[in-house]
Design a binder for this molecule. Structure first.
Ligand SMILES: C[S@@+](CC[C@H](N)C(=O)[O-])C[C@H]1O[C@@H](n2cnc3c(N)ncnc32)[C@H](O)[C@@H]1O
Length: 243
């Protein structure tokens, strides 16, 4: 059963202390669906875009898989495909929650999970790499080498689907987008206290780049073609093709 996220009405973390621990894992599915605009649409796009590829097997690697939502959705949406599904995350608590869900759904044999840090992990060949709302948590200095290794790991015709919170280069516009985002969170039932406590906790933990900054990273990593698939004020989803 999905637990309602009331985390920041109960606890106050110091600035920059947010982590994917047991408290977050417990309420994560509710937290992410109420905190990321168009989250359900990004999830819906995963099987649709993956199914465009005729790879046999269709190997999908999810970097920062959290509780396994994308891979579970894939397994259920493409029952007729020969799928190889691998979720990677560095948080024990998130992977425990993921494995609990997989067992409950009897998908533990179909979806493999691995505890690893994507900054050091050696990626094997894959058709599709998912990296939704994960890169934003990685040290900015390390992002280009991760993207380069991902680019090299994608099989011909495949792609990287990456979603990020994004900043705007003009401060006034950036502030306006943040306010629109907080308005979204209020509509999702979060209080002012919850919104401001979470913002403080994420300070310097979630570091968004601009759309342009992300595009430069993708191209510098070796991707030949990048499309902005989806954009909502300060969130964006990109599809990056290595060839
Ligand atoms: C916002 S969640 C991702 C949500 C998920 N992709 C989805 O669509 O539901 C970010 C995840 O990335 C993981 N993460 C952050 N840094 C990581 C790293 N260096 N290596 C592996 N996983 C990481 C966190 O533990 C967390 O589960």
């Amino acid at each position: 059963m999905v637990q309602i996220d009331r985390l920041f009405s109960e606890v106050e973390l110091r600035s920059g202390e947010f982590s994917f621990d047991e408290n977050v894992a417990r309420v994560f599915d509710d937290m992410i669906s109420r905190s990321i605009p168009l989250y359900a649409d990004v999830q819906r796009s995963v099987p649709v875009l993956s199914d465009l590829l005729d790879h046999e097997p269709l190997k999908v690697v999810d970097l920062g898989c959290s509780t396994g939502t994308s891979l579970i959705h894939l397994a259920r949406s493409l029952p007729g495909r020969n799928l190889e599904l691998i979720g990677i995350d560095n948080s024990t608590a998130m992977l425990d929650k993921c494995r609990e869900k997989l067992v409950a759904l009897k998908l533990q044999d179909q979806i493999k999970t691995l505890q690893a840090d994507i900054c050091r992990f050696e990626f094997s060949q894959a058709s599709v790499v998912l990296m939704n709302y994960t890169l934003q948590f990685v040290d900015v200095e390390l992002r280009s080498q991760i993207l380069q290794r991902i680019c090299e790991s994608i099989r011909s015709g495949g792609f990287l689907l990456v979603s990020e919170k994004v900043a705007h280069e003009q401060p006034a516009m950036d502030e306006a987008l943040v306010e629109l985002y907080f308005e979204f969170k209020r509509r999702q039932g979060y209080s002012e206290l919850e919104i401001s406590r979470k913002r403080d906790a994420l300070e310097n933990v979630l570091v968004p780049l601009t759309i342009q900054g992300n595009l430069e990273l993708f191209y510098a990593a070796g991707f030949e073609r990048v499309e902005v698939l989806l954009k909502w004020f300060n969130f964006a989803t990109f599809v990056c093709y290595p060839n």
